[in-house]
Design a protein around this ligand. Structure first.
Ligand SMILES: [Zn+2]
Ligand SMILES: [Zn+2]
Length: 276
């Protein structure tokens, strides 16, 4: 079994209107691309910030810029006009946990992908924007805050899958990486992860980013496996051609680490299926 769950039906561009991308024809393009790559379990997980209902959770100016679509229309489209699993990529927003939990509980997802993009008001993956956490930042502090926040996200229990777990490395050499063994940072997330029931996303998206690596790093994944956490496999595709990106490499890498099963989700119930 191969899965691709963390999938977006449209690129992160200004002119990507729901009316053009939330269509049966577009869903079928994704299904066909997935089938060509042997991916049976296919689901979509739109960014929560693209829905007006996200503004009930958080009114960050960057979210206000993006929140245009109706979340219930998205759910209805996926359920009634496609054969895809229904998911969402929801942020962990410090201090807004109850509000996000309410938004999520009101809809019947197959799974919720939980992401840490923001540390308070600043983002780890918006280099050069006014919200860039890296401007003048001490990498030791950013990495520590990032993994502390990731552990808190896991501990909330709101998420089925923890997305791109070491996203903080996204810029590779374009943002400073702390020296030495990075496990001292991973440790900061591990109590929260060990106390949770969350699946750990292995994402090939990092291979398309400046860092050029799978998320997460092997030592991070090994620590999660020791904590008893299952693995979820995704590409974070934003176009059909991204689906299953470099999965051959990911499957081989997972085999080397000793992962033999993948998490499969339906109506927020998880089961394990053999990998490959
Ligand atoms: Zn993300
Ligand atoms: Zn995503």
């Amino acid at each position: 079994m191969l899965t691709d769950y963390h999938v977006h039906l449209r690129p992160d561009d200004d002119d990507t209107f729901a009316s053009e991308y939330f269509t049966p024809a577009n869903a079928e393009r994704y299904r066909e691309a997935a089938s060509e790559r042997g991916i049976e379990e296919l689901g979509v997980a739109e960014h929560v910030h693209r829905f007006v209902q996200a503004l009930d959770v958080w009114t960050h100016p960057w979210w206000e810029k993006w929140a245009h679509d109706d979340i219930d229309e998205y759910c209805e489209f996926v359920r009634e006009q496609t054969d895809l699993r229904l998911g969402i990529e929801a942020d962990y927003v410090f201090g807004r946990e109850d509000r996000m939990a309410t938004l999520l509980e009101q809809r019947e997802w197959d799974y919720v992908v939980g992401s840490v993009h923001f540390l308070r008001d600043e983002a780890v993956d918006m280099r050069g924007s006014e919200w860039d956490v890296w401007t003048g930042a001490d990498p030791e502090k950013v990495w520590a805050r990032y993994f502390e926040t990731l552990g808190e996200a896991a501990r909330t229990g709101m998420f089925d899958i923890l997305a791109h777990p070491d996203l903080v490395k996204v810029w590779g050499g374009d943002a400073p990486v702390p020296d030495g063994d990075l496990r001292r940072f991973y440790e900061l997330a591990m109590d929260g992860i060990a106390d949770s029931d969350v699946a750990i996303e292995v994402s090939t998206a990092g291979l398309r980013k400046p860092v050029g690596e799978i998320y997460p790093a092997a030592p991070f994944l090994e620590m999660c496996l020791e904590a008893g956490r299952p693995v979820s496999l995704s590409s974070d595709a934003h176009r059909p051609e991204h689906l299953g990106h470099e999965y051959d490499r990911a499957v081989e890498w997972l085999g080397e680490i000793g992962v033999t099963e993948l998490a499969v989700f339906e109506r927020r119930e998880r089961r394990m299926e053999p990998l490959g």
